[in-house]
Design a protein around this ligand. Structure first.
Ligand code: PLP
Length: 476
């Protein structure tokens, strides 16, 4: 790395990105390329000699940008938001620029110590009890995704339980519980840590509970398993489910998990960011009794991908499950037991993972909690009302789940899928869908950082226009 050319070329890259953001509304929001388009545009093999940055960026403009779905477009309302911000970008740049590998304290002390400090800062913003903080009796770690956080905490719960059960063969008795709205990561985690498929309980939710877990149904499932000689292991409660942003009743679920001595994890991947605002914090009430909680700053906290916070009340269970030792990593700091070696809090070793803390630290400092709260509040938009549309799930945060109300219920899914496709294929916007209680609905996630009122108005006009055409077609 030659500092002079690094500086020059980085400026070119930064200008290229700024230009992309200036023009972002000119691209169709959802990419329109055909499958395999890129191999027709790019050579079969890597170049033998070096190429200029100018040539590379020309290819990015001509071949890569047309194949992108523009997640940062103010007209992107699909899936969930991956908020980017200048602060998040600067943090990413600094992480990549320094490129240190901080797997244990000695390999880069500031990386480890900053992470512990940032985890406590974030926990304090969320008003988590001191039992989750390093300055209290717990602690936290930054992962890349909630999927990782769930796998690791489930592995910790499994090993804790198996130690008590006195024998690894008892793994076939362990049962995990979630709802039909819980993110699929839960299913993946259970599979990865060896939970028998038949011991994975998916508890059905319904319109009547606003798609939240019913404590009575959880209790009934647990009781039934205990009667059958099985051992309840892990319950996942979600604050802001992926599909509809439903909120599980944390307080009641925690009582149940204490009663039956089950590991209780709170997945607040999306809505955790909102809980920094006092008006949303009640969704986390009862968190004191949970074993672990995770949230993704890379969704709604202006932190560029990737970044997931995981806090544990007793990190020792995670460390017991994931720690390994190798002679080449032996050092006196580790042996003194007075430092954190984050390699023991996750699978990976040589990744620049620790410096996610640097990114999150810069986001918190450059924005300040007042502006972060303002950002969340301004996103909590409501959809204009039109009697032909129906809100499907109460709007808890900034996701609006709605459908065009058909005269005949039997055509509802078909009609709404067509409406979504018509709106998306216009190229002006992009939304995705969900299904609750067998009913197809359209989701509009109003959290993109560049979205202003006029984009929401445009979306609404487009929806109304396409709905009108579709309804005419169905009426004829
Ligand atoms: N949990 C919830 C509630 C989510 O909404 C999502 C993603 O949309 C996830 C988990 C998965 O998060 P990640 O992509 O960080 O693994």
């Amino acid at each position: 790395l030659v500092p002079e050319s690094f500086s020059e070329e980085s400026k070119v890259m930064v200008d290229f990105i700024a230009e992309y953001y200036r023009n972002i509304e000119k691209y169709p929001v959802q990419s329109r390329v055909e499958r395999g388009y890129l191999s027709e545009k790019l050579p079969d093999t890597a170049p033998y000699g070096p190429e200029s940055l100018e040539d590379i960026l020309k290819d990015v403009s001509d071949s890569i940008l047309p194949g992108l779905t523009h997640w940062q477009s103010p007209n992107f309302f699909g899936y969930f938001q991956a908020n980017a911000s200048t602060a998040g970008f600067l943090g990413e740049m600094l992480c990549s620029g320094l490129n240190v590998v901080g797997f244990n304290w000695i390999s880069s002390p500031a990386a480890t110590e900053l992470e512990s400090i940032v985890m406590d800062w974030m926990a304090k913003m969320l008003k988590l009890p001191s039992s989750f903080l390093f300055s209290g009796t717990g602690g936290g770690v930054l992962h890349g995704s909630t999927c990782e956080a769930v796998v690791y905490t489930m592995a910790a719960a499994r090993d804790k339980a198996l130690e008590k059960l006195d024998g690894n063969e008892n793994i076939t008795k362990l049962v995990v519980y979630a709802s039909d709205q819980t993110h699929f990561t839960f299913q993946k985690a259970a599979k990865l840590i060896g939970i028998t498929k038949s011991n994975f309980r998916v508890i059905t939710t319904s319109f009547s509970t606003k798609f939240a877990l019913s404590p009575e149904n959880v209790r009934a499932a647990i009781e039934e398993d205990i009667k059958a000689g099985l051992v309840p292991l892990y319950l996942c409660g979600t604050v802001g489910t992926t599909s509809s942003r439903a909120v599980d009743p944390i307080k009641e679920l925690e009582k149940i998990s204490r009663e039956y001595k089950i590991w209780f994890h709170i997945d607040a991947a999306y809505a955790g960011s909102a809980c920094i605002c006092p008006e949303f914090r009640p969704y986390l009430d009862g968190v004191e009794l949970a074993d672990s909680i995770s949230m993704n700053p890379h969704k709604w906290f202006l932190t560029n991908m990737d970044c997931c916070c995981l806090w544990l009340k007793q990190p020792k269970f995670l460390v017991n499950s994931l720690s390994t030792n190798s002679e080449y990593l032996r050092n006196s700091a580790t042996e003194s037991n007075s430092v954190i070696d984050y390699k023991d809090w996750q699978i990976v070793l040589s990744r620049r993972f620790r410096f996610r803390a640097l990114k999150l630290w810069i986001v918190m400092r450059k924005h300040g909690s007042a502006n972060l709260m303002y950002h969340i509040r301004s996103d909590v938009a409501t959809v204009a009302r039109d009697h032909r549309f129906e809100i499907m799930v109460p709007t808890n945060f900034a996701l609006v789940s709605f459908r065009l109300k058909p005269q005949l219920e039997s055509i509802s899914s078909e009609l709404n899928r067509k409406l979504m496709d018509a709106v998306n294929s216009s190229g002006h916007t992009f939304m995705t869908h969900g299904v609750v209680g067998g009913v197809f609905y359209i989701r509009a996630a109003f959290e993109t950082i560049m979205t202003k009122e006029r984009h929401v108005d445009d979306l609404w006009k487009l929806l109304q226009e396409k709905a009108q055409i579709l309804l005419l077609h169905y009426l004829n």
